[in-house]
Each structure stands twice: as C-alpha cells, then as structure tokens.
Ligand binder design. Structure first.
Ligand code: AMP
Ligand code: GLY
Length: 423
C-alpha cells in the first residue's frame, strides 16, 4: 500500500517514518514535506499546496496512493477530508464539521458543556464592549482566546486586567483576522498540563500513551509560548486511574456528543489537559490532529503498525484492534533557530545529522529543506531529536547525546526537556 501525508513539519516527518516502519507500506509521498522526508528512503516530496485539494486527489488517484493522512489543522478545517472521501480515497483525519472542535473555541466549549466534560467556565463574545464589561466584573487572572485558528498565538493568559483588556482589543482590532471576530474568556486554571492523543473511528475512542510538552521557549518553562519545544512519553503524571477518568469523563462523552450532532469523527482527537491540584483532569483545548512535538515522542513507542491503526479508524473497526506499545520511554528535544517564536534566520546549513542518527536517536526534521547535497534550516522549529531508552533518564540522555553531534549557526534548544521526569 502507498500513502500520502499532507504537511511539512516534524509531525509529518514522524508520520511518514512511522508509516514506512510497516512492511505493508511501500511508499510515502509528502505534500509538500521537508528536507527530512526528501531524504527518507521510500519517501518523496511533492511540491503542492496542502490547500490544493483537487491537485492532491488527482495525484493520489493516478499514483494509487490509497491512504491519505492529514497532519495540520488548517486543511482539515477547510474540508480536505470531506473532499478526498468523495473522490474515493481513504482519509485519516476528521471531516470539516468535526474539525470545528479545534477551529472554533466557542464551538468546542459549547460541545464540552453539552457533554458535561470538565473544563474551565467560559463565555463567548462577538462584541468588544460586552467582552470588556465582562472582564471588569470577572477580574484577573483570566484567559482570553481568539475563537478561530491563530497558529498558536490566539491565547493570552492574563495576570492583570490591563493585559486581558489589551488581548480583547487586539483580537477585535483584526490581529488574528477572522479568527478574532469572536473571543472566549475563560476561568484561569492551575495545575500540570498533559496531552492525550486519542484515535477514534467515530464510535470507539482509544488513547495513545500520554505525553507532556514544554510550550515555552525558555528553560524552566519561562518566556513566550511556542508550538512546543520538547515532549516526552509515556508521562507518569497521567496515571492509569487518571487515564480511566479521561476515557469516561472526556473521550467517550466527546465522541458520543459529536455523534449525536450527526458528526462522524474519524481520526485523532487531541486533548490538552490541565490536571488540577485536586487531581481532576480538565480540558484546556481539543485539537483535531496529532500534536507537534508530542507525535515525535509517542509514535516511536507504537508497536502496532500505524497504518493498521489508521485503517481501523477509517473502516470503523477500532474496537477489534490490538493496540500494542514498546516498553521504555521517548523524549523529543526541539531544535529551533535563535529568535523563534518571533523572527529568525533561515538558510543555515545543518551539520552532523548522520552522526546524530548513529547514536540511535531519531532525527526528525521540521523546518528544513534540501539545498544541493546539504540540508538547511527553513523554519522556526528546525529539528526534533527523539531519544529512546529503558527509562526517561536514558531517553533524555540519548536525545542530548545526539544533539551534541548537530550544529548550525544560530541553533537553539532547551537543555531541560523532561525535567519533571528526570531521576
Ligand atoms: P490553548 O491554545 O487553548 O491550548 O492555550 C494555550 C496555552 O494557554 C495552554 O497550553 C495553557 O498553557 C494556557 N491556557 C489556556 N487556557 C487556560 C486556562 N483556562 N487556564 C490556564 N491556562 C490556560
Ligand atoms: N504541541 C501542541 C500542539 O500540537 O498543539
């Protein structure tokens, strides 16, 4: 079987690599892919825009790429899965109606309330004056979220009322485009965050091993938020008892409520959790896709071939699937270009990739591209280096050992990834 992966990040390199780990998958085409997928054996890139649904469908049909896996949220929110299905392709990723769970925070919040899923109390506003009046009465700390997709920049955790007011004004001033025409203002929650990526066929929903990521740029979890600077799995903070609660209080009610609304959701449901000091798993957000960089830590631990999991979701037989995991732990350290998440340089040649791979670590590319025979940086997050081991200590040491072999100008990474689980 041949597969097509839509996207160009570290998550998509990991998806392509993981699919090719199955003896049944003979070839993967990435649209548009990156420098890592270009160099991966049995994988090639196709320079096409992920928004070109017709082009993707035609290419997949002509080349017999039976399985299409969609990495990022934007094409899902734009209806790629619906379109490709009507063309007769097997698509892993939810329909446009289901992708609303990430594309509209107000929609997701209403679903959580309907499903009685534990989450922060919230109100949605499409009028700036009403939002500001609400803030005045609610006070700080408080969280302001632009409703729509804002590339991870739409959320302000405001410690003061001034910051909250500013966030509301920014959103309504058009800073996030249409994404900010509505804001959700919600109660500030404290606790430890964790990511549970679950796979579903619309009836059955099953969690993958739980992960944690480090969202901020600076060591000690300081500084501005990023797409994610590192992740590890399986995190012990989500104990089996807690996972059982997530299953019965979050995953099953979410899928049942989607179904009641007539939405046949098949793909990944990503749950961003806040585990409160009382040990209650509350939902911070839902995403309609795999997490990045969580995927770089979770999929290397998956023993069951990924394409079997995906086909079971697409074909509605997830209940019968044997989901097996490798023992041990994985830790991914993200390497960025200095300046990320603001402005950063591109085009720097990356050295030591082969030496890094010789340590046994998995070097996943994110913002990279091939230039002649070399690989150069081409984005804010450049690489995700995943170390593997019997313990977190060993996995983290493996990741940093590999990182010592890699260098490029203006390279930046956090040295404290996994500090909560180091011995
Ligand atoms: P989101 O895009 O909704 O995941 O928000 C981004 C980040 O903001 C989360 O990962 C949290 O760290 C933080 N955050 C979002 N909502 C809340 C909340 N209600 N209370 C505290 N922190 C939050
Ligand atoms: N790592 C956070 C996300 O993928 O949304």
């Amino acid at each position: 079987m041949k597969a097509l992966v839509v996207g160009s990040g570290g998550r998509e390199h990991t998806l392509a690599w993981s699919l090719l780990g199955s003896p049944r998958i003979t070839e993967v085409v990435c649209v548009p892919g990156n420098g890592g997928t270009a160099a991966l054996p049995h994988c090639r890139n196709l320079a096409m825009n992920p928004g070109d649904f017709e082009g993707i469908a035609r290419f997949a049909l002509v080349n017999n790429l039976e399985l299409v896996v969609v990495g990022p949220e934007q094409p899902l929110a734009d209806g790629i899965a619906d379109y490709l299905q009507t063309q007769g392709l097997k698509v892993f990723g939810p329909c446009q109606a289901g992708a609303q769970i990430e594309a509209s925070k107000a929609w997701a919040k209403a679903l959580m309330v309907e499903a009685a899923i534990p989450t922060a109390r919230a109100e949605a506003f499409s009028d700036e004056a009403a939002a500001l009046a609400y803030l005045k009465q609610a006070g700080a700390p408080i969280v302001v979220k632009a409703d729509g997709l804002a590339a991870g920049k739409g959320v302000t955790v405001a410690q003061t009322l001034e910051e909250a007011n500013q966030a509301v004004s920014d959103a309504f001033s058009g800073r996030f485009g249409a994404a900010g025409h509505q804001v959700v203002i919600e109660e500030f929650m404290t606790g430890q965050e964790a990511s549970v990526l679950a796979v579903t066929d619309g009836q059955t929903i099953r969690p993958l091993v739980p992960a944690q990521d480090h969202k901020t740029i600076g060591e000690g979890d300081t500084g501005p938020n990023t797409g994610g600077m590192g992740a590890y799995a399986p995190t012990p903070v989500v104990t089996p008892e807690l996972m059982a609660r997530v299953q019965s209080e979050v995953l099953e009610p979410a899928i049942a409520t989607l179904r009641r609304r007539g939405i046949d959701y098949r793909g990944v449901l990503y749950v961003g959790l806040m585990i409160t000091p009382e040990g209650i798993p509350k939902v911070v957000e839902f995403n309609c896709r795999f997490g990045d960089p969580e995927t770089q830590a979770v999929l290397p631990l998956l023993e069951t071939p990924l394409e079997e999991v995906m086909l079971a979701c697409i074909e509605g037989r997830l209940d019968a699937l044997d989901l097996r995991w490798k023992p041990g732990a994985a830790a991914c350290v993200v390497v960025a270009a200095e300046g990320y998440p603001d402005s950063y340089p591109k085009g720097m040649e990356i050295f030591g990739l082969e030496e890094a791979a010789e340590t046994g670590a998995l070097v996943f590319h994110a913002g990279t591209r091939r230039r002649g025979d070399s690989t150069v940086a081409d984005g804010g997050r450049v690489l995700g280096v995943t170390g593997m081991g019997d313990s977190f200590e060993a996995a983290i040491a493996n990741a940093y050992e590999a990182l010592d072999k890699i260098c490029f100008e203006n390279m930046y990474y956090r040295r404290d990834i996994g500090y909560r689980v180091r011995g």
